[in-house]
Design a protein around this ligand. Structure first.
Ligand SMILES: C[S@@+](CC[C@H](N)C(=O)[O-])C[C@H]1O[C@@H](n2cnc3c(N)ncnc32)[C@H](O)[C@@H]1O
Length: 339
């Protein structure tokens, strides 16, 4: 047995994990200040950066020195700070949109998480306690934060689009309705890669308006439209595919059944409802869906589900699960047809 390998010290592990919240807030603060943009044209000292981003030089130095320890910025021996591959992603013009995800994490998510003890004691939504209203009502009342949320969704879920498109034959459909399709970026990716189907982004009125602008400016404009509405009331009728990526997990079982039943009601006879999100594996296997599940508990009040839980949900909506298709990302495609 090697004697140079020491077991992790449980106390130290807990101290480090508990400090994770501070790392979140430090990355958030650097992002809110726009440090990555200020470093775009080359390395700078903390004094130069402080003047550029309107911060107190010593406090900014200490923030960036700490983040350099995590590789978020580089701290050279001459005292200058520079971008790293991580902080490149925090620039305003970076295509990943990660800046929006950090801005949402440090504000809406972090404030909701402060109320996690309340959520676990009562099962109530932590977000509502922190912000005084449900998450999607809050976004409706704060259009600027709704745009941040859209960007954050593209940043965290955008990389799941290609694995999803590669795992399923979407060319068999005439019309795909992307239910709760957000800014439309997933539909554009899908239509670019799959010849044939037409696409509809369906989302709340103001979100759909924003998606329409993106679709019009895309090379898929002739095959794509955006429609506004409320999926608890109805979804556009007559399509043969209703795609719901990261939608059902936002809601409790009763609300989820209403959305699925509205899709069933609207779809063509041989249509399919595709629920695309994580399927929680049984037992103690670690899986990203088990982390996302706590975001669902605290923010919109939904949940990630096991295969058995999807089975029960689909059955209540008059649907039958045909297949659960894994993808090369943590999400799966749960394919439903009329029961
Ligand atoms: C978690 S996001 C998922 C966005 C996108 N499908 C993706 O995978 O990135 C949930 C979406 O549901 C939309 N939404 C929430 N409530 C809605 C409602 N009542 N009717 C229609 N869309 C709604 C939100 O505006 C948002 O775009």
């Amino acid at each position: 047995m090697r004697d140079d390998v020491t077991e992790p010290n449980p106390q130290q592990c807990l101290v480090e994990m508990t400090g994770g919240a501070l790392v979140t807030h430090a990355i958030f603060t650097a992002t809110e200040l726009g440090v990555a943009d200020a470093l775009a044209d080359g390395p700078k000292t903390a004094d130069e950066l402080a003047a550029a981003v309107d911060a107190q030089p010593d406090a900014l130095f200490r923030l960036l020195r700490m983040l350099a320890g995590f590789g978020v910025f580089a701290h050279a021996d001459d005292g200058q700070f520079a971008l790293t591959p991580m902080s490149e992603c925090l620039r305003r013009d970076h295509p990943s949109g990660l800046r929006d995800y950090v801005r949402m994490s440090g504000h809406e998510l972090a404030r909701a998480w402060v109320e996690l003890p309340h959520a676990v004691r009562t099962g109530d939504r932590a977000f509502d306690r922190a912000f005084g209203k449900p998450f999607f009502d809050y976004l409706r009342d704060h259009p600027d934060r709704a745009r941040v949320f859209d960007g954050a969704m593209t940043a965290v879920h955008g990389s799941e689009s290609v694995p999803m498109i590669e795992a399923y034959d979407f060319s068999r459909f005439e019309t795909i309705v992307d239910v709760g399709g957000g800014n439309g970026s997933m539909l554009v990716e899908l239509l670019r890669r799959v010849d044939g189907p037409r696409g509809v982004v369906f989302d709340l009125d103001d979100v759909a308006e924003h998606a329409a602008t993106l679709l019009e400016g895309s090379d898929c404009a002739a095959r794509a439209t955006a429609v506004g509405g409320d999926f608890f009331t109805r979804v556009p009728a007559g399509a043969d595919c209703y795609l719901l990526r990261h939608i059902v997990h936002d809601w409790d079982d009763d609300r989820s059944v209403t959305i699925l039943a509205n899709c069933r009601e609207a779809m063509a006879d041989d249509g399919r409802v595709l629920v695309v999100e994580g399927v929680v594996p049984p037992g103690g296997t670690p899986h990203p869906s088990k982390i996302l599940d706590l975001i669902m508990l605290t923010v919109p009040g939904g949940r990630e589900r096991t295969a058995e839980e999807y089975d029960a949900l689909f059955a209540r909506a008059g649907l039958r699960i045909e297949r659960i298709i894994p993808t090369a990302s943590p999400i799966s495609i749960v394919e439903g047809a009329r029961a």
